[in-house]
Design a protein around this ligand. Structure first.
Ligand code: PEP
Ligand code: MG
Length: 549
């Protein structure tokens, strides 16, 4: 019998359209209603610790099967499983009479509450904790490990939320797309799905009501999920194949139809994120090396990590961003105080105020790695708000012997002061993820505010246009490296505003290259004007889509 028609809408976080049957994750283990009584506390504490060690080892083993960002998230989760704070909380509960599986469940519930209260990066770690709990409980009760379905045919994966472990292990040969009921625009699901080129929709209410085997179409751009029949599946898949073939026909460096060059660069966390035929790296996020560490990585250790990426790039350009961490991406070795508003606190370049050696050491490591490599190494700082901060950063970069220093434009104050900033830096790169968050006063982790976080918002477009025109006046490069640079229509708009390069994740490059090749610079300028004239984000997107198609 055909399923009743369903049309659902979530937040499209990884573009592309596909269709197929849905299957959901194996359910997490549930605890029996009556906990057993504890007779030997010491043995019970050891059983709980052994289960958590098993989970940590398993996650480390899984991390060895993947690379790049996927391996990093699994390693972080593995460290969380054997965190001493969790072990203490579990022992306290066992001492109070709770059996191991119940003690772990209660201790993790308490940590999740605390993480949710802090918000931001920590709130996003709640899914990691739930995964640790489910694996440890399954181990203790002898139940099957929760995890990915294996229906024997390519499928659309449904889940309440995906743990990093699940997302990291997805096989693109069998998973067509991902749809989750929860999750925000910068959740692991979003980041890793995009890195693998899988269409993904998050925050899709009602999706778990679909029965396993129901056939749906998924649009990772618009966020639409709807049930379809077999004929529609065939036509959607054929269209997706045609689109892939069309994009593959465009090769070479990014340029408009009339030959205006627009380098298309990559956003990477390390060499594993590089794709073939790249024009270079526009954003090297260096924080992975620092996160979760209890002691600072040494200069030599950093030098090795940077040299690996520089070496893989030949003589291409790479823009390295200095450490972008702080209260919401904690660095235990700095002992930073907890903050009520971490996104507005001591993060990014601000860490150098009290910890100048962290920046100096990093620049020293970059300089050594750059000297030994052929790559053209540029360095930029995150979270810069004033021209004075930019000037001080440039001085540090020059002191380290590096020739090209810039800053990210992520704070509205920096966008408004772009002319002054451009007097002291060699280039700027606009981070539209944070620029949207701070301009619209909307937490970028919060899926419920996705409409405000939309980079097509007139206020955000106006700031980008202002920075681009300041760059043109100063004769200095202005890049965009937020997620929006990978949206083919916005890419045209940015180029029309005067942006000189775009940086995005590998799978986004082909569509942006094709969009540029189909439009002249004058076309882009016209589209930019249309976007700027629109009163709100949906009408800006619509006006450009209609005129630019
Ligand atoms: C941005 O804010 O747009 C950006 C590119 O940096 P991140 O996403 O790492 O904060
Ligand atoms: Mg940022």
């Amino acid at each position: 019998m055909p399923e009743p028609m369903s049309e659902l809408t979530g937040l499209g976080v990884s573009p592309g359209r596909t269709a197929g049957p849905v299957y959901r994750m194996s359910p997490p283990p549930s605890l029996p209603a009556e906990p057993p009584s504890v007779t030997d506390s010491a043995a019970e504490v050891e059983a709980a610790a052994a289960a958590l060690r098993f989970v940590a080892d398993e996650l480390t083993r899984l991390s060895g099967q993947v690379e790049g960002a996927a391996a990093d998230v699994l390693d972080t989760e593995s460290m969380m499983a054997v965190d001493p704070t969790l072990a203490d909380a579990v022992s306290r509960r066992v001492d109070a009479g709770r059996a191991a599986a119940w003690a772990i469940t209660d201790a993790i519930a308490e940590q999740q509450e605390a993480f949710a209260a802090i918000g931001g990066y920590f709130a996003e770690r709640a899914a990691d904790l739930a995964d640790i709990r489910d694996r440890a409980v399954a181990r203790l009760l002898g139940l099957p490990m929760p995890g990915l379905p294996m229906p024997g045919e390519p499928y659309v994966l449904l889940a309440d939320d995906l743990s990093p472990a699940d997302t990291a292990l997805l096989d693109p040969a069998t998973v067509l797309a991902i749809v989750t009921r929860r999750g925000g625009p910068t959740s692991h699901t979003a980041i890793l799905a995009k890195a693998r080129g899988l269409p993904a929709v998050v925050g899709c209410a009602g999706v778990l009501d679909l029965p396993d085997g129901a056939v749906v179409s998924v649009d990772g751009t618009t966020g639409f999920v709807s049930t379809v029949d077999d004929a529609e599946v065939a036509s959607i898949r054929a269209e997706a194949r045609r689109e892939r073939a069309r994009l593959a026909a465009f090769t070479g460096p990014g340029r408009t139809k009339d030959g205006h060059p627009v380098p298309l660069m990559l956003n990477v966390g390390g060499a594993a994120d590089l794709v073939p035929d790249t024009e270079g790296v526009g954003l090297f996020r260096t924080e992975f090396l620092f996160l979760g560490r209890t002691s600072a990585p040494t200069v030599a250790e950093q030098e090795r990590a940077y040299a690996e990426l520089f070496g893989a790039l030949g003589d291409h350009k790479v823009v390295l961003r200095t450490l972008d961490a702080g209260a919401d991406k904690p660095l235990p070795f700095l002992g930073l105080a907890a903050e009520d508003n971490p996104a507005l606190g001591v993060r990014g370049l601000r860490i150098a105020r009290d910890h100048p050696a962290v920046l100096a050491d990093q620049l020293e490591a970059v300089s050594r790695a750059a000297t030994a490599a052929a790559a053209d190494v540029w360095v930029m700082a995150p979270m810069v708000a004033t021209a004075a901060e930019a000037g001080a950063f440039v001085e540090e970069v020059r002191k380290a012997g590096l020739p090209t220093a810039g800053v990210m434009i992520e704070v509205p104050a920096a966008a408004l002061q772009a002319r002054r900033l451009l007097e002291v830096v060699d280039f700027v790169s606009i981070g539209t993820n944070d620029l949207s968050q701070y301009t619209m006063a909307a937490d970028r982790m919060n899926g419920a505010l996705a409409d405000l976080l939309d980079p097509w918002q007139p206020a955000v477009l106006e700031l980008v246009a202002g920075v681009a025109s300041a760059g043109r006046e100063a004769g200095k490069p202005v890049g965009v490296c937020g997620e929006s640079a990978g949206d083919p229509l916005l890419a045209l708009v940015f180029v029309g505003m005067g942006v000189t390069s775009l940086s995005m994740s590998g799978p986004s490059v082909a569509a942006v290259r094709a969009a540029l090749a189909a439009h002249t610079l004058a076309d882009c300028e016209r589209l930019a004007q249309l976007a700027m004239d629109a009163p709100d984000a949906p009408s800006a997107r619509r006006a450009v889509a209609e005129a630019g198609a």
